[in-house]
Design a protein around this ligand. Structure first.
Ligand SMILES: NC(=O)c1ccc[n+]([C@@H]2O[C@H](COP(=O)([O-])OP(=O)(O)OC[C@H]3O[C@@H](n4cnc5c(N)ncnc54)[C@H](O)[C@@H]3O)[C@@H](O)[C@H]2O)c1
Length: 436
């Protein structure tokens, strides 16, 4: 086993959030409430999770936050961009996720966070428009304005380090083109305001150029293009994405590996949701929905591996729907009907009705990503961080590799990466030594 990696100590960490909507405000308000001892960080692996070290008989299972040197919640400082100028308290009240009493207890901290004008173009998010926008000649100039915001936030708050997370709306479905392959072509595209560069890519470019870790909480094409992956290796920026694994897809990646483990066939998997927040409204546009649909649908193919198990999974009918239904706000309801096949091809059904809260599931993931990406940067890890797949519906991965979607393999990979960083034995679960 190699010795531990050199990891710089953590100091004040700036958290740059693109979009100050339901997810961002629930995350920020939650961190302030937890700091004040008003609530627990439930759902956060970095705050509540333990990690086993050594043999099962060793009795060593420290908390992850005591095992690796993560930034403390008290050291986080928040900054954000949004197309609306509401401060974080007003935006959290509009999102309506956290009830007013708790929100009132962190009000001054939230009111102090006022979003900077955004880089936004309605062609990429059709159902949205707002007044708090940057103006500038080209996309290149807009990227420069983002970099200026970042640098002045860092200087004003005396920050040592930064992390950026795209928590903005889901942009329309786009594919990689030639322009996304070389830095020269991409930077020319910025100067010429090429349509192949959506707003999220401008933020991602600015962060990566500055060597800042970048995560994409949404499913749209952003930093997952060849040129930005290469730039990240040059500047030392770790990357993670994309599309937070919450709600229905989280449950799917818990249930599907179990069915496959027992070699139960799946003839069909019908998933539908009702959702009434702004995200639901944006996803009501077919072009934004297409981005989300692609992200949600790929999961089963990779977990069930129909190429290896054609009899069980090659005829699977997988349908995913999201219906915008305002009365529910952020409280999403998901239904899954799974048509199973057992011994001698006897059919069975499994029904799942999940009454969840979208942003309550997403906020602890954003916290973990911020802390783990900062840890990765301090440990000298750059480019795609596949060990953070645990948090995403469409995990980014090295080209030529297929993504790992099974939640339990993802968790093992994450914990083994932490063990590796600290020079601990990796755990294989072989366990023969207990019977020698
Ligand atoms: N909540 C979840 O569980 C979850 C899970 C997976 C992915 N996501 C994705 O995370 C993103 C945020 O979700 P949400 O529920 O907070 O949505 P939201 O609509 O409440 O917030 C998005 C915010 O981004 C702002 N925005 C849009 N484009 C912007 C731009 N170019 N620059 C700056 N701000 C911009 C919007 O004005 C809005 O305030 C969405 O893309 C959503 O699909 C959410």
């Amino acid at each position: 086993m190699k010795g531990p990696k050199e990891i710089e100590p953590s100091k004040r960490l700036g958290v740059l959030l693109v979009g100050l909507g339901a997810v961002s405000t629930t995350f920020i308000a939650g961190v302030h409430a937890i700091r004040k001892g008003l609530a627990a960080p439930t759902g956060s692996l970095t705050q509540m999770g333990a990690i086993r070290l050594g043999k099962r008989t060793d009795g060593r299972s420290p908390l992850i936050k005591d095992f690796v040197p993560l930034a403390a919640l008290d050291d986080l400082v928040f900054g954000a961009w949004d197309i609306f100028s509401d401060n974080c308290y007003e935006a959290a009240s509009t999102a309506g996720v956290i009830e007013p009493t708790l929100l009132g207890q962190v009000r001054p901290e939230l009111e102090a966070i006022k979003p900077w004008p955004a880089v936004f173009d309605q062609r990429y998010v059709k159902r949205l428009n707002g007044p708090n926008l940057k103006t500038g000649g080209s996309k290149r100039e807009l990227a420069e304005q983002i970099i200026t915001d970042i640098r002045s936030f860092k200087a004003t708050n005396n920050l040592d380090r930064l992390v950026m997370v795209w928590c903005g709306s889901t942009e329309i479905f786009m594919k990689e083109t030639k322009l996304h392959e070389s830095l020269e072509a991409f930077e020319r595209g910025l100067a010429e305001s090429d349509d192949a560069i959506p707003s999220s890519m401008i933020y991602a470019y600015a962060a990566i150029k500055e060597g800042i870790p970048y995560a994409n909480a949404a499913p749209n094409l952003s930093a997952d293009i060849q040129v930005l992956e290469e730039l990240a290796l040059e500047t030392g920026a770790p990357l993670a994405g994309k599309d937070l694994k919450t709600g229905q897809t989280l449950i799917k990646t818990i249930v599907a590996p179990g069915l496959k483990a027992r070699l139960l066939g799946v003839a069909g998997w019908y998933s539908t949701n009702i959702l009434g927040n702004r995200d639901g409204e944006v996803l009501d546009d077919p072009e934004s929905f297409k981005t989300k649909e692609e992200s949600k649908k790929s999961v089963l193919d990779y977990i069930l591996q129909p190429d290896l198990y054609p009899t069980l999974y090659s005829d699977l009918h997988h349908v995913v729907r999201i219906n915008y239904y305002p009365p529910r706000g952020d409280n999403k309801e998901g239904w899954d009907n799974i048509d199973l096949v057992g011994w001698l091809d006897y059919p069975m059904q499994l029904k799942i009705n999940f009454l969840c809260r979208d942003s309550i599931l997403a906020a602890p993931i954003v916290l973990d990503l911020v802390l783990l990406l900062d840890l990765a940067a301090r440990a000298g890890m750059k480019g795609i961080q596949e060990w953070l797949s645990f948090y995403f519906k469409s995990p980014i991965h090295a080209r030529g590799l297929y993504p790992e979607h099974d939640l339990f393999i993802q968790l093992m990979k994450l914990k083994n990466t932490l063990r590796y960083l600290r020079g601990e034995e990796l755990i294989t679960h072989l366990g023969l030594e207990y019977y020698d």
